[in-house]
Design a protein around this ligand. Structure first.
Ligand code: AMP
Length: 281
């Protein structure tokens, strides 16, 4: 596995891959777990060359968020990716990615403010800007993202369509711990007690799924069901639980087509996400 620590090195390495028909990119912030590795394996199976980026992107963190304490276990990540037979690990520095006085951003008007964008102003602008830059630097034919961040997937798909990026977006399913908790690098922040409380997100979505399977199609009642479960866990504080169109992220009132049920909640100081897709037959 070759490690490219700068944009210039990455570009040089990309030139050497010109003969490859399918270059796959898996963008990450590191602290890798099975969720990330499932995307790497999908890329390995579908592409001639696989590039994984590890970049803790300051632009997508708010001023009071966890940028400084975000885990950065580089050696462990490197070994995991080596084992998955990744071709290139791209680990640029912040100064290299964001030259002084950079003033250009990618914003999806009306979409960047939905779901996580409401409580994390600037978050999706940070995500779309860095992903657009990664697409330009690496020029992948395919890019792999996790359904765990469903709003991010919708936003990236829309950016690719609106700005004509020649990239196919592949979305991998949510990888969970054996008890159902969605894997996340931020789970490492949880104390044993918080780890137990964190399961309430999965339980709430499970209850919504159950009501839906019993025939409930009214989203207000489905949301109420989920919120009730969440309210029973004193260790958790809901940020949002919403039913939205999985492509536009617009709220839905009656489930007539595939609908995303997305939840974000704080457990202690840690903000966790989870979601399910409801599909009426
Ligand atoms: P992150 O390092 O958190 O920015 O995540 C990098 C990529 O891995 C994103 O596309 C995430 O959606 C994806 N990802 C994170 N957690 C999971 C998970 N539990 N299952 C599947 N994909 C995931």
């Amino acid at each position: 596995m070759r490690i490219c620590e700068s944009v210039a090195e990455m570009r040089k390495a990309r030139v050497l891959m010109r003969q490859d028909r399918r270059v796959g990119l898996v963008p990450t912030m590191g602290a890798l777990h099975e969720g990330h590795l499932s995307l790497v394996r999908a890329a390995r199976a579908q592409c001639d060359s696989v590039v994984v980026s590890i970049f803790v992107n300051p632009l997508q963190f708010g001023p009071s968020e966890d940028l400084a304490k975000y885990p950065r276990p580089f050696e462990r990540d490197r070994e995991l990716l080596e084992r998955e037979k990744v071709d290139i690990l791209f680990t640029p520095s912040v100064d290299d990615m964001y030259p002084k006085n950079a003033v250009t951003y990618v914003t999806l008007e009306g979409m960047s403010e939905k779901l996580c964008g409401r409580s994390r102003p600037g978050h999706f602008r940070g995500v779309t800007t860095v992903v657009a830059k990664l697409f330009h630097i690496i020029e992948p034919e395919l890019a792999f993202f996790g359904q765990k961040d469903a709003a991010q997937c919708a936003i990236i798909r829309r950016m690719v369509r609106d700005l004509n990026f020649p990239v196919e977006i592949v979305v991998g399913p949510i990888v969970r711990e054996p008890d159902g908790l969605a894997m996340s690098s931020r789970n490492a922040y949880l104390s044993p007690q918080e780890r137990k409380s964190a399961l309430v997100l999965y339980r709430a979505l499970g209850e919504v799924q159950k009501r839906f399977d019993q025939g409930e199609r009214n989203t207000e009642r489905l949301v109420e069901t989920g919120k009730q479960v969440l309210s029973q866990e004193p260790g958790a504080r809901v940020d949002y639980l919403e039913t939205v169109d999985p492509d536009t992220l617009d709220p839905t009132s009656e489930i007539r087509s595939e609908t995303l049920v997305a939840v974000a909640a704080f457990v202690g100081g840690t903000r966790l996400l989870d979601n399910i897709l409801l599909s009426p037959k």
